[in-house]
Write a protein of this length. Structure first.
Length: 207
């Protein structure tokens, strides 16, 4: 797919001309790379899933602390579900189905600041994975954790425009689909936790 709207080219060239500078460039290049393949969000989901599970299994806890760690485990479960779903929907299905060419290959004068990608452009996997997990964190963790997570997701998404590797519609759709998947994952996670509680499985999670 080679189509893009003129406003998308205008946005990317405008960012290149007016916003790129020696201060922002290394920061946004780092954040863009940090989220390659959704790595940072996969790590966050893994930590939130595994650490409370280990604590619940090995430690002697009060009922209140056990409840807290169980809630953190639930967030990890939801985050993991969100990450897996977004990989399937956006990375595997939509990218291959749409097959959109990257903007630096189509827009004359656009300079790429990172290594070229072999993957299709639409949707932005960085935006999708970032918003999928960050949405779970926003709604399920205290605001002091959730708000920075969603801000980080937004900055990472913008970084993909800044470095010239995505069209604006790639990022916008990725963010929207990530938000939707994050909300769906909360529902799925709550359903699974109710099922586990009803069966008291695994035992150490509940007793």
């Amino acid at each position: 797919m080679t189509y893009y709207a003129q406003w998308e080219a205008d946005w990317l060239l405008g960012i290149q001309e007016h916003l790129r500078n020696d201060f922002l460039t290394p920061i946004l290049k780092f954040l863009s790379t940090l989220a390659d393949k959704g790595a940072i969000w996969a790590i966050i989901a893994f930590i939130l899933f595994v650490i409370p599970l280990a604590v619940l299994f090995f430690a002697e806890l009060s009922d209140e602390k056990r409840k807290t760690f169980r809630e953190i485990f639930t967030v990890g479960l939801m985050s993991g579900i969100a990450f897996v779903l977004i990989v399937i929907i956006d990375f595997v299905i939509l990218k291959q189905a749409v097959g959109r060419i990257r903007p630096y290959e189509l827009i004359e004068g656009l300079t790429l600041l990172v290594d070229p990608s072999d993957d299709p452009s639409f949707p932005s996997a960085h935006a999708a994975s970032s918003f999928a997990v960050a949405t779970v964190l926003l709604f399920r963790l205290p605001k002091k954790f959730g708000i920075p997570a969603i801000i980080l997701a937004a900055i990472i998404s913008f970084s993909r425009l800044y470095v010239g590797i995505h069209f604006p519609t790639d990022v916008i759709f990725g963010a929207i689909s990530g938000f939707a998947v994050g909300c769906i994952s909360i529902v799925i996670g709550n359903y699974l936790m109710r099922k586990l509680k009803a069966k008291q499985f695994p035992d150490f999670l509940w007793n």
